[in-house]
Design a protein around this ligand. Structure first.
Ligand code: PMP
Length: 425
């Protein structure tokens, strides 16, 4: 009650109102894929605390690495040399496609990294116009908002020079399923809504807040080709889809064989420690050599020690492989539920980036935000934390820590099944 009073009195509405559940929920402890509230009730965290918890809540390897670094030297501003971020930059560059030289610029968050990628792309190409997808989410800073298509996240005063293209949503995209019509749309948009010369396109390899919209085969490489023909760069936003979450690959863009010019990452990179990064082809990343872009906490050694430990855990505990196997099992169970519950219109995703989408009628595919919200609340009562997303708030997104187990899959599937049975009875 005290926490609620303080929050309700002293938080601004922009932060205060962003509460998913009807009743307040105070988390006091986390361990791997589980959370405990103030009363000691246990939850399975299918939200991954907003996709930040890649390898597990308070994972001991990550916590110990960050604590050891914090005790030695908590912060060392980026104008001085420090071995930890330098080493981490080398390790991140090594995860990128071979045959290119990559350079890294550390930020504190995803949207700062998006801003920086926008500046890099515009500086490198000399062009101003950017393309983004209509149901994209790229972050809360003014510049990142200007690339964000979802209306609720857009506010007055955003910078311009962004043209939006239709997302290739295979379930409810305006051109139906397929890839080509969405690539034609990029060409048309470049011709009709830009100067004809563009700085780049930003694409989430799997859209997160957009409702787990996977880019269909050929879209990412086709988009890169069309944008490069107009002088622009291909920028992969891997803030949600990176670090092995999609199961098959370390990076979501690898599913299509495209080599991005710039890769933006955050969230899972630090397993909860504030950290983001832009990884760019060297010629592009080095274009700003004459100017400063100084993030005071960028390359902070405590966050970077956590980031190095995340890479270590991904390697040692085979979390990407776990995401592939456990995610595959969960997807199959969700598909069974689709057979049983008429309000589940679509089940989709890869690895541990999954979603179910609710509809009022399977034929018309009219989104059902009401059932979505009711199932979401019912799951909370059962100890399952999901996430409502998508432009119509009709998608339940599952992006748990990548240590989710086969035993959890049963608990989650049974809980969701029960929720639909109770809510739609
Ligand atoms: N890109 C994507 C795909 C995201 O989901 C987010 C955050 N939800 C961001 C960028 C912005 O990251 P941050 O909130 O760390 O600024």
């Amino acid at each position: 009650e005290e926490t609620a009073r303080r929050r309700n009195t002293y938080y601004a509405a922009s932060q205060r109102k962003f509460v998913p559940f009807k009743d307040p929920l105070v988390f006091r402890k986390g361990s791997m894929q589980y959370l405990w509230d103030a009363e000691g009730k246990k939850y399975t965290d299918l939200l991954g605390m907003n996709v930040c918890i890649s390898v597990g809540h308070s994972h001991p390897t990550v916590v110990n690495a960050a604590m050891a670094q914090a005790q030695e030297l908590t912060h060392c501003t980026t104008m001085f040399y420090h071995p930890v971020p330098a080493h981490f930059a080398e390790e991140l560059a090594a995860t990128m496609p071979q045959g290119e030289e990559w350079v890294v610029h550390f930020t504190n968050s995803g949207s700062e990294a998006i801003d920086l990628a926008m500046v890099m792309a515009r500086t490198y190409t000399g062009n101003l116009d950017l393309l983004a997808l209509r149901t994209a989410y790229h972050g809360p800073t003014s510049a990142a908002q200007s690339l964000t298509g979802i209306a609720g996240f857009r506010h007055p005063g955003m910078p311009g020079n962004v043209a939006f293209v239709a997302e290739p949503n295979q379930y409810r995209g305006i051109f139906g399923p397929g890839t080509e019509p969405y690539l034609d749309e990029i060409e048309r948009t470049i011709a009709s809504a830009t100067t004809g010369r563009v700085a780049g396109i930003f694409v989430e390899s799997v859209q997160g807040y957009g409702g787990i919209v996977e880019m269909p085969r050929g879209y990412m490489s086709g988009a890169a080709e069309r944008v490069r023909a107009a002088g622009g760069l291909y920028i992969a936003d891997e803030v949600q889809s990176g670090f092995g979450r999609t199961g098959d690959n370390m990076w979501g863009f690898e599913a299509d064989g495209v080599v991005p010019d710039i890769v933006v990452m955050a969230k899972g990179i630090g397993n909860g420690f504030p950290l983001g990064a832009v990884v760019a082809k060297k010629a592009i990343g080095d274009v700003m050599a004459e100017k400063f872009m100084f993030h005071t906490y960028g390359a902070n050694p405590t966050s970077c020690a956590a980031g190095r430990a995340v890479l270590q855990v991904i390697r040692e505990e085979k979390t990407q492989e776990n995401a592939r196997q456990v995610g595959g099992a969960l997807l199959a169970r969700l598909k069974d539920l689709q057979q049983k519950h008429a309000s589940i219109g679509d089940v989709r995703g890869r690895g541990l980036m999954l979603a179910i989408e609710m509809v009022k009628d399977r034929r018309t595919r009219e989104p059902d935000a009401g059932v979505t919200a009711a199932v979401f609340e019912n799951c909370r009562a059962q100890g399952l934390i999901l996430s409502k997303s998508g432009p119509h708030r009709s998608v339940l997104r599952m992006v748990p820590p990548m240590c989710l187990s086969m035993a959890d899959v049963e608990v989650v599937a049974e809980g969701i099944d029960r929720a639909f049975t109770e809510v739609t009875a």
